[in-house]
Write a protein that binds this ligand. Structure first.
Ligand SMILES: [Ca+2]
Ligand SMILES: [Ca+2]
Ligand SMILES: [Ca+2]
Length: 262
């Protein structure tokens, strides 16, 4: 698991750096608990590099490195394969390391990602198809303003956030990613995560999806990288261009579009 340093000041981190070969580790987090694992394709589809993380029931990774964050920005990719119906929290931010009170929650309800202040009331929502990877970026401010982006670019904003709402006013001290409060009434499956990164001031923004060889550009060499990834020679970039949880021939057309649009 990769741990990225904060671009401006405070600690940030990411999931999933391969330790040896394609062994995956969650050691960059402060701690882990319960039904959460990290793995490479084909065991577990990923968005980027070699590993992703999946929670199948109550389980999470915990980051207590935030300290009195007045502003806290988190970006991650999430993919649900939960079966049945229900609503489950996938990301929670707290006002203490212990972990304390919930200040911000993102949950999944089978068809949408839902955004909450403290424990209960849903204050924002965005459609999120089951089985597909979705980009989530959320910016929490202890003055009581939260903005979120789902499948949208928080750096350019694509004009504006997906949603905004009035939130809690405490400062963030820790976060949990996974299924920290269990899977609720969902009957099986799990929720996968990749490319978690947090900042204290600047937006994180999306990965270059379709940049299969990870050289930070889209061009014809990404076709070959998709081909290599299909052959299970895993590529360090983002070959699952259509974000459907697999790398196959359908990603070529998506790469073609990415090249044409950039
Ligand atoms: Ca802390
Ligand atoms: Ca590339
Ligand atoms: Ca794909």
């Amino acid at each position: 698991m990769k741990k990225f340093m904060e671009r401006v000041c405070l600690g940030s981190l990411i999931l999933l750096v391969p330790v040896s070969g394609f062994a995956c580790s969650m050691d960059q987090w402060t701690s882990q608990s319960g039904a959460v694992t990290a793995a490479s394709p084909p065991t577990l589809p990923r968005v980027s590099e070699f590993c992703a993380m999946q929670a199948t029931n109550t389980g999470y990774v915990h980051d207590s490195s935030p300290v009195d964050h007045a502003t806290f920005i988190a970006r991650f990719y999430v993919r649900s394969t939960l079966t049945g119906s229900g609503q489950a929290d996938v990301f929670v931010a707290y006002d203490a390391d212990s972990p304390g009170n919930q200040l911000l929650k993102v949950s999944y309800d089978g068809a949408n990602l839902d955004f909450h202040s403290t424990s209960g009331t849903q204050l924002g929502t965005a459609a999120a198809i089951s089985g597909k990877w979705h980009l989530v970026e959320v910016e929490y401010n202890s003055a009581g303003n939260t903005r979120f982006w789902v499948n949208a670019n928080a750096v350019t904003g694509n004009g504006s956030p997906t949603g905004t709402y009035t939130s809690a006013t405490g400062e963030i001290e820790s976060v949990r990613l996974g299924l920290p409060n269990g899977r609720g009434t969902f009957s099986g499956g799990g929720v996968s995560f990749d490319a978690y990164e947090s900042h204290s001031t600047t937006p994180v923004g999306p990965l270059k999806i379709g940049d299969a060889n990870g050289d930070d550009t889209w061009n014809i060499f990404d076709y070959g990288a998709v081909q290599q990834d299909i052959a299970e020679n895993l590529q360090i970039g983002q070959p699952d261009c259509n974000l459907d949880g697999g790398v196959n021939i359908f990603d070529y057309g998506c790469v073609q579009t990415a090249i044409a649009n950039n």
